[in-house]
Structure formats: structure tokens, C-alpha cells
Design a protein around this ligand. Structure first.
Ligand code: SF4
Length: 457
């Protein structure tokens, strides 16, 4: 008989307060067989929630959902419950944090600082658990069996040694993976170096490979408030969903969750399709039993990130009058990053040349001067022929417009921002103000749904 998976959906009734959340989590877990006989007396249970950045839900998982799971694990007999996370690589907050240091430059805050700000640390500790930041966790160099793109990583020992492992994603869209659910969530367990490289064009496969290290025993998804638009961070928009989902098959859960987000063919999501192919679970909706509420009862059409609704070329080529783009053989991720970098370079009053990819052909003479010629990504920095001569000339003249990285990511964005600030094209105070306004927007939104929440700033 063909194997089948089960996914539970529990829709809550307003007002969704802490008591209701506790009941929803209990019901969702019970519908998938519960923790009894799975978590044994004295077990060490490890939970990995999505705490993306120092912003409350929907950017991060609700502390009340995490605390409810911690309590449930203890009720089932756990002897120790640890909550581990590594915050995202970059947010607008990086320029707000006055204690910005070399270690946290791209993030702005450490994981434990984010857990404190969001009230997660307090909620977990009050429930009897402990919190761990990936930065401080003991790691083991781990070979990934059956890997395709990511073969060896530093992985937290506490997860490898866990008796029972719970993955707790949020329900969000994502500019690089369409959605971020359970498969994507485990990326937060890696160190910055491994995560950085994962953001190349083979990001989906990297995410699936990470899930081959330690498959979760249970996935509990916080879909109380979802996120649509340009997720998964501060640029996304909240969506009232009011659901908790659970299941022991992460691929099935992602498949059902993306259908709840209005993606009728869940195999359009790369992480779900590849995880299904690689045998991590069942992505085919016809082989998944949905219990509790039905998909139709909770489904909403989430607005997908703009690069999933229109051709990426329409965001990159021929968009800004002052930018001449020379792009060739670049990965999809570099195309996406080009769109972001162009949006910033559009503020430069002079004509700008932007060179991206593998040996793009450039005319003998660029229309711009060297001061306004930018190389984006490692491939552009390794180009040969005329472009190498051009780079050498820039090096000799001390003109550093080299925005490196594979993919060019947060560090390259910070470098360009610094250049723009230095030239007076951007105002650092404006950037800080924008980040604070975004933060305020999310804080006020979440506080209107949870009046008991007091951010620890
Ligand atoms: S630098 Fe090159 S390999 Fe890396 S993401 Fe860009 S185009 Fe792809």
C-alpha cells in the first residue's frame, strides 16, 4: 500500500489569547497522535523555532506558541527542553543597534538578544525550558548522508543528540524560496559561513540537504499570523490566519501549509518538490490526509514576492535610466540581488555601470567613469579579458567598487550603503529612521493582538 502522511490544521476562534493558543497546540499535536509514547520520561527535547530577527510575529514565531510546546513536552515526560535558534544574517536593524560589532555587523543582534527582545527567553524559562543561541552552541563537523549540494557542515551537537526534535516554522512568503516553512526553517541551525553560501541559486537543494542531518520528529507550525509579500523579514505584510498546524512529516506539512497560503500546486515550491524527490517525506497532496480543519476552511490567497509574480528580467534590465547593466551567465540569486543593488544605485546622480555574472561582454569603452563602475558578485570579480584590465586599473587607482560574495549578499549591501552614505547619496539617519519605523509598525501590529507583550528593548 502506498505510504500516506497526516497533517493537522487547527483554526482558533478569536480572541486568540494564550489559553486558546495552548489548547490549539494541544489539539494539533493530539490529532497527529500526540507526544505520549514518543517523548519518554527524562528525554531531552530540542525545539527549533523560527526567530528571524528582532521583530515579533509574523516575522518570528509567537513566544506563546513556543512556551505551549515546551509545557507540552514536559507534560509528556521530558526531563530537559532546549530551544535553539540562530537569527537571520541581515536585517534593517543592523544600523540601529548601537553595540554593532564585527561579530554582529550583518545581523545587528545576537540570537539571545533577539530572544530577550521578543520575550521568548522569559516565556521559555518560565515554562521550565532553556534557550541556546547557535553562536554559542557546541558544534560537530557533520557529513550529510545522501547530500546533493551541501555535504559537510558545523551542526549543533544538542540537536544531533536530542531524544526528540521539534521543528517550529512560521508561515511566511520568502523572496528566495517563495515560502519559508519547515524545510527552510532548519537553515537557522547552521553557522553564518555555511548559511551564507547556501543563498546561491541552489538554495532549495541546500535547505533539503540540511534536513537530511536530523529529521524532526514533529513539526508544529505557528500560523496565527502569516506573512505575505516580500517576506520573510520586515518587508513582508501580516495576514490574519489564526491556525496552528502539526505533523510528523515535514514535507507533507509544507505541502499543506503552502496550499493554505493559496498555492494550489504545492510542488511549485522548490524545497517541497526536492524534499519529496529526495525521499524526506510526502509532498503529493493526494497522499496526505488533512485532519482537524480542512484546507478550504483556512485558505487565503497570499501575495507572493514580486519576483514570483513577474519575470525577474522586468525588475532588472532597462529599469533605471542612470544604470547600464552588463550581466551574463549569472545565477537566479545574482539576478535577484542585482534588482536590490540597482534600487540603491538608482539614487546615484551620475551614470553607473554595473557588471554581474560570468564574463559579460562589455564595449571597449564604458559610458561611465571608473568611479561609477561596480562589480557585483564573485563571478564578476573573476572575469577575464577586458574586464580584468578594467579591474586592475581600478585597483591601481585605489577605486574599490567591488561588491563581492557568492552570492553578493548582506556584506555587499552594507558596503554599497557605506559608499552611498560617504558620498551623501544616502543618509545614515534616514536608514536608522526607516528601520525604527518598520520595527514600530510590527511592534504596534503585534501588540494590538497580544496586549500582554512588552518588548524588552
Ligand atoms: S557570484 Fe556567481 S556563482 Fe555566486 S551567485 Fe552570483 S552568479 Fe552565481
Amino acid at each position: 500500500m502506498t505510504e500516506r502522511a497526516t497533517v493537522a490544521i487547527v483554526k482558533g476562534k478569536a480572541p486568540i489569547d494564550a489559553t486558546r493558543i495552548e489548547d490549539m497546540v494541544k489539539r494539533a499535536v493530539a490529532l497527529t497522535g500526540g507526544f505520549v509514547d514518543k517523548i519518554k520520561t527524562g528525554d531531552h527535547v530540542v525545539i527549533k523555532p523560527n526567530l528571524f530577527a528582532p521583530y515579533p510575529p509574523p516575522v518570528s514565531v509567537d513566544r506563546r506558541v513556543i512556551a505551549a510546546v515546551v509545557r507540552l513536552a514536559f507534560e509528556a515526560g521530558a526531563g530537559r527542553v532546549s530551544v535553539i535558534e540562530g537569527v537571520s544574517m541581515g536585517t534593517l536593524m543592523k544600523r540601529v543597534n548601537p553595540a554593532r560589532s564585527a561579530q554582529t555587523a550583518s545581523r545587528g543582534y545576537s540570537t539571545i538578544e533577539v530572544m530577550k527582545m521578543l520575550g521568548v527567553k522569559k516565556a521559555v524559562e518560565e515554562a521550565g525550558g532553556e534557550v541556546i543561541g547557535v553562536e554559542e552552541a557546541e558544534t560537530v563537523e557533520t557529513d550529510i548522508e545522501g547530500s546533493i549540494a551541501l555535504h559537510r557542515v558545523s551542526y549543533p551537537r544538542v540537536v544531533l543528540d536530542a531524544d526528540y526534535f521539534i521543528n517550529m516554522p512560521a508561515m511566511k512568503t520568502h523572496g528566495m524560496t517563495m515560502v519559508t516553512l519547515s524545510i527552510k526553517n532548519l537553515q537557522g541551525l547552521l553557522d553564518t559561513r555555511s548559511r551564507y553560501f547556501s543563498h546561491r541559486d541552489d538554495l532549495d537543494q541546500h535547505m533539503v540537504d540540511i534536513n537530511k542531518i536530523r529529521k524532526p520528529d514533529m513539526v508544529i507550525l505557528d500560523g496565527l499570523i502569516g506573512m505575505e509579500g516580500l517576506g520573510a523579514g520586515e518587508s513582508g505584510t501580516p495576514v490574519e490566519m489564526g491556525v496552528i498546524m502539526a505533523g510528523s512529516d515535514p514535507v507533507a506539512l509544507d505541502s499543506v501549509a503552502s496550499m493554505c497560503m493559496g498555492i494550489d500546486n504545492p510542488l511549485l515550491v522548490g524545497t517541497t518538490r526536492i524534499a519529496n524527490h529526495d525521499g524526506l517525506g510526502i509532498g503529493n497532496p493526494f497522499l496526505i490526509d488533512v485532519v482537524g480543519n480542512s484546507i478550504d476552511e483556512v485558505k487565503q490567497k497570499f501575495q507572493l514576492p514580486i519576483n514570483y509574480t513577474q519575470p525577474i528580467e522586468s525588475l532588472v534590465t532597462g529599469v533605471y535610466p542612470n544604470i547600464d547593466l552588463y550581466i551574463g551567465g549569472a545565477c537566479p540569486t545574482c539576478w535577484l540581488m542585482t534588482a536590490m543593488f540597482e534600487a540603491m544605485l538608482a539614487k546615484v546622480p551620475e551614470r553607473v555601470s554595473l557588471i554581474v555574472g560570468v564574463d559579460p561582454k562589455v564595449p571597449p569603452r564604458l559610458k561611465t567613469d571608473l568611479e561609477h563602475t561596480f562589480f557585483l558578485g564573485e563571478c564578476a570579480l573573476a572575469t577575464t579579458g577586458d574586464l580584468r584590465d578594467l579591474r586592475n586599473e581600478m585597483q591601481l587607482k585605489g577605486i574599490d567598487r567591488f561588491l563581492g560574495g557568492c552570492p553578493p549578499y548582506e556584506q555587499a549591501l552594507v558596503k554599497l550603503e557605506d559608499f552611498m552614505i560617504g558620498k551623501g547619496y544616502l543618509d545614515e539617519q534616514d536608514l536608522i529612521k526607516k528601520a525604527e519605523e518598520q520595527r514600530k509598525k510590527f511592534f504596534e501590529y503585534y501588540q494590538s493582538r497580544d496586549v500582554t507583550w512588552e518588548p524588552e528593548l
